[in-house]
Design a protein around this ligand. Structure first.
Ligand code: GUN
Ligand code: ZN
Length: 437
């Protein structure tokens, strides 16, 4: 039996439109139609009554109801390390110590292809179980850790092998030639699903970044790296580059990346917490985006690395595009609900009233899809976008509740660990790809 031509999904839904607006529709309906490319595409978004009147009599039709859930777009996590799932909970004194003590020794294990493949299969299920349907992801230095992840992950991902050609431990160090060769094959093979990924300026030779950037632009890849996460890191970077030919006069971390050709509209910088006005200007002018990782940057007592809080208002004033990200394993949980909670809480503590749940939700869905060049097809519920969505556990809801109240009940309630369990089902391209047991 072939696939039904129409699928109607009935239930209450949330639809993030922008930083200030989110639709909350009770007894809603989303109708998808199968197109010639075998994709389920939304053809109706509205109320149940109207949808059933219009499509209820179609011959080839499937109707799914979600009375115990809230229908939501899937999440887009624009900065995470799929090879760091096992170091999420390791002690975090600060970034550089955590990297060298726990993270790098662990990433070295992915040299073993069997280990890498098995881990990719498991991690893929984890992504679906928390409702993440796309993102920008860091693998280990090993080319196969990109291949395995791209093969296993369900959704829309851009993934890159981290480039570590200097100031790296011997067990995780490549020659520039090796690094460039790995980039070249994958850059050509994967196009937009590949991300040129210098780990960060200290570990990647400038000429590797330059050559990588040339390849990335030629093959329409994404570019991602870490930028200005901690003051100590910035000091370390500027100290190192002062000694490198051609970089003697650089004034900032961002300028180093600019000189290496990394700033572009397809570039996502992780963190970007401690940036000067000039640096923000450079990012804005080049349309470079920032992936903000509040749980990773949170204080150590909140299981983060204590790196500081990204000033989103300053970034927005400068015209810098940004979205939310988990930064697993700097961030302790993969769930974007946990990331949204942390964003809200840390900003509200500083009395930044613009940091609403609606804003957090928009920045974890549509804004992430936009950074990934996907917003014509993904991110929220609009006609002609693909029928990909998740079902969130429905909290007790009052008649007068608005979108902000509903989101608060979903994101704010329960222990942190419980947030990972609030996704009941995940759908990609009109098909169920995960069901909570
Ligand atoms: N800077 C360089 N590498 C990393 C990493 O793996 N995680 C984080 N949070 N920052 C980094
Ligand atoms: Zn990171």
């Amino acid at each position: 039996m072939g696939k039904p031509q129409y699928k109607i999904f009935l239930g209450d839904y949330l639809n993030p439109l922008n930083d200030k607006t989110c639709q909350w529709v009770r007894q809603g309906a989303l109708v998808a139609k199968l197109n010639a490319q075998n994709e389920y595409i939304w053809c109706f978004i509205g109320k149940e009554k109207e949808a059933l009147a219009k499509y209820g009599q179609k011959n080839s039709l499937e109707v799914c109801e979600f009375p115990g859930g809230v229908i939501s777009p899937g999440f887009y996590d624009t900065h995470f390390h799929w090879v760091q799932d096992d170091v999420r909970t390791m002690p975090k004194e600060n970034l550089l110590v955590w990297l060298s003590k726990y993270t790098w020794p662990h990433e070295a294990k992915y040299k073993d292809k069997k280990f890498s493949k098995l881990k990719a299969t498991k991690f893929s299920k984890k992504l679906l179980s928390v409702g993440t349907l796309g993102g920008a992801c860091y693998a280990s230095i090993h080319g196969h850790s990109v291949d395995h992840a791209l093969k296993e992950f369900v959704g829309d991902y851009t993934i890159g092998n981290v480039l570590m050609t200097m100031n790296s431990p011997s067990y995780l160090n490549q020659s520039p030639k090796q690094a460039i060769s790995l980039v070249k094959t994958r850059s050509e093979k994967y196009g937009k699903n590949y991300a040129l990924t210098p780990r960060f300026a200290p570990t990647t030779h400038p000429h590797v970044m330059k050559e990588g950037s040339r390849l990335a632009k030629k093959n329409k890849n994404f570019i991602q790296t870490h930028l200005s996460e901690t003051p100590r890191e910035i000091e370390y970077v500027l100290g190192l580059y002062k000694e490198l030919p051609g970089f003697e006069k650089v004034k900032s971390y961002t300028e180093i990346y600019k000189k290496c050709g990394l700033l572009s509209s397809k570039t996502i910088m992780g963190h970007g917490i401690h940036l000067s006005r000039e640096e923000l200007k450079m990012l804005s002018k080049s349309k470079t985006a920032v992936a903000h990782c509040p749980t990773s940057n949170a204080p150590v007592k909140e299981l983060g690395l204590g790196s500081g809080l990204f000033d989103f208002k300053k970034a927005e004033r400068a015209g810098v595009r940004w979205s939310l990200a988990s930064d697993i394993g700097g961030g302790p949980f993969l769930s974007m609900l946990d990331v949204m909670r942390s964003f809200y809480k840390q900003n509200q503590k500083k009395k930044i009233k613009e940091a609403t749940y609606i804003k957090a939700y928009f920045r974890a869905t549509e804004a992430g899809a936009e950074l990934l060049g996907l917003s014509k097809k993904r991110g929220n519920f609009q006609k002609n976008k693909m029928a990909s969505f998740i079902i969130l556990e429905k909290p007790g809801i009052k008649k007068e509740d608005m979108a902000e109240d509903v989101l608060k009940k979903i994101i704010h309630r329960g222990a942190r660990e419980e947030l990972s369990k609030k996704v009941l089902q995940t759908y990609y391209n009109g098909e169920s790809v995960y069901q909570k047991t």
